[in-house]
Design a protein around this ligand. Structure first.
Ligand code: FAD
Length: 457
């Protein structure tokens, strides 16, 4: 009789695991059933801001594979609108509720993949009785927001609460739809994934595009008129709003795991080993936004919920479940984003992280341009490097600039991943032609500056 693999969560991590396991074991050996509480499988939450802005026209463009494709082409059964409500490790079964029909289903498993993702932080001031307030975690959230933006009377004033990458991407999306946008952030700068000096550059550039960036502001409540949002209340007074988007970060969905006794790590997410097995619980695997990962620079467990990790971790779990061998080597926190024309990239540790991890270090800021100064379209680029003292090993890097800025972080990520020193980096053979870089690439200029800073201390 075929073994049964149950997957909880039908998006990046869960369906990558299911697909990889299927590539190695056919239906006669392995039955695969995925439970997904939403309507969709393998969708790109990352694309929601570009769907809201109108750049992506159709919701379905954000769906890589639907349940029918999984069933017909891969022999993977997906039960959408089924929420798993309990995991019974002794009986090796899950209990799921049919969210449309209301019935309950029990399904036994030989192998379980826990891939429940993460959920947006819900502030205590959020209220169910006020319409016009949206999170943007799922395609249903995106559809609800678009529906509100298209309904009469059309919203004109938007407030985005939270200045992380989801918040800044949503601010851009709403500007592109013609709304007047205020972004409210309780910290002194938006983009807390970069250091405050780099966040300030992001704030300045956002303001220059007409987005109101209100920092150091606490949201304390919402005001409504006839049940519709009318203002966001802050410690400095109300900000009028016809629509509010929440981007306050996410927390790993661990409730089911905790109830079943799966180990939770210090970051608050599910623990796994390098093969994505849940330690001490045979036959149970976990991957994606619900798990913590090893940070290769600090050596600490971290929760960095990104699609790039979810896909890789799911793939690794699936290879192992399918009888192969693969390990997840950890993360260095590389991420890129853009807000209007401004691009932001980051990798490794911020100053705060480096301090907390106990490193001695120097930091440098290098100002340069994305192209040769004389080439049309040349614009400023700021590269920040954090290098260990006295070894010179790169610990972290951040870039803020215009076109060709964000993906330059990849060269720095490779250097960081491989433990290069800033001295070694000064000789990196990076590409040069006037349309793409000055003759000394901004990355090389920053590395030279870091070498000088190390020599000076
Ligand atoms: C607006 C936005 C923009 C983003 N942009 C980027 C980006 O540019 N780059 C990047 O790397 N990442 C980005 N991300 C993050 C990325 O989308 C996530 O890291 C990725 O989706 C995680 O995949 P996952 O499978 O672990 O979790 P999820 O995508 O959250 O999937 C988990 C699934 O499990 C289901 N589920 C949960 N509990 C249960 C249950 N009990 N029973 C049944 N089903 C359940 C959920 O409905 C969900 O579909 C973005 C996210 C958002 C919201």
């Amino acid at each position: 009789m075929a073994e049964r693999m149950i997957v909880i969560g039908g998006d990046a991590a869960g369906m990558s695991a299911a697909s990889q396991a299927r590539r190695r074991r056919d239906r006669s050996e392995l039955e695969i059933v995925a439970f997904e509480r939403g309507h969709f499988t393998s969708y790109s939450a990352c694309g929601i801001p570009y769907w809201v802005s109108g750049l992506v026209e159709e919701r379905d463009e954000l769906i890589a594979r639907d349940p029918k494709t999984f069933r017909d082409d891969f022999g993977i059964e997906v039960r959408t609108r089924h929420e798993v409500t309990a995991i019974d490790l002794d009986r090796r079964e899950v209990l799921a509720r049919d969210l449309d029909g209301g019935g309950e289903v029990r399904a036994g498993f030989d192998t379980l993949v826990y891939a429940t993702g993460a959920s947006p932080v819900q502030p205590d001031w959020a209220r169910d009785d006020v319409s016009g307030v949206f999170g943007v975690q799922t395609l249903d959230d995106g559809a609800a927001l678009i529906g509100w933006l298209e309904r009469e009377p059309r919203p004109r004033r938007a407030v985005v609460v939270g200045g992380g990458y989801v918040g800044v991407e949503m601010a851009e999306a709403l500007v592109q739809r013609g709304l007047s946008v205020q972004l409210v952030e309780q910290a002194d700068q938006p983009m807390s994934t970069v250091d405050p000096d780099m966040g300030e550059l992001v704030a300045d550039a956002m303001r220059a595009t007409g987005i109101g960036v209100r920092t150091g502001l606490q949201v304390t409540g919402l005001q409504e008129r006839d049940g519709r949002i009318s203002a966001v209340v802050t410690n400095e007074g109300p900000i009028p709003a016809d629509v509010v988007v929440l981007g306050l970060g996410v927390r790993p969905n661990t409730a089911l795991a905790e109830a079943a006794g799966l180990p939770i790590g210090p970051s608050g997410a599910v623990r796994t080993d390098r093969r994505m097995r849940v330690p001490g619980v045979p036959g149970v695997w976990a991957a994606g936004d619900c798990v913590e990962s090893l940070h290769r620079v600090s050596g600490m467990p971290v929760h960095i919920p990104l699609g790039t990790h979810a896909n890789k971790q799911g793939r690794i779990a699936g290879i192992n479940i399918g009888g192969g061998y693969a390990t997840f080597p950890g993360v260095i926190g590389t991420a890129v984003t853009k807000v209007c024309e401004l691009e932001v990239g980051r990798t490794g540790l911020r100053e705060r992280d480096a301090r907390e991890a106990g490193f001695e270090f120097v930091t440098v800021l290098a100002q340069s341009t994305n192209r040769a100064g004389y080439y049309p379209g040349s614009r400023p680029m700021t590269v920040k490097l954090i290098a260990e003292r006295p070894s010179g090993r790169l610990l972290g890097a951040q870039i803020v600039g215009w076109s060709e800025a964000a993906k330059r972080i990849d060269a720095l990520a490779v250097a960081l991943w491989n433990g290069m020193t800033v001295d070694e980096m000064t000789a990196l053979d990076l590409g040069y032609a006037p349309p793409y870089a000055p003759v000394w690439d901004p990355v090389l200029i920053a590395a030279r500056k870091a070498v000088d800073a190390l020599a000076a201390v």
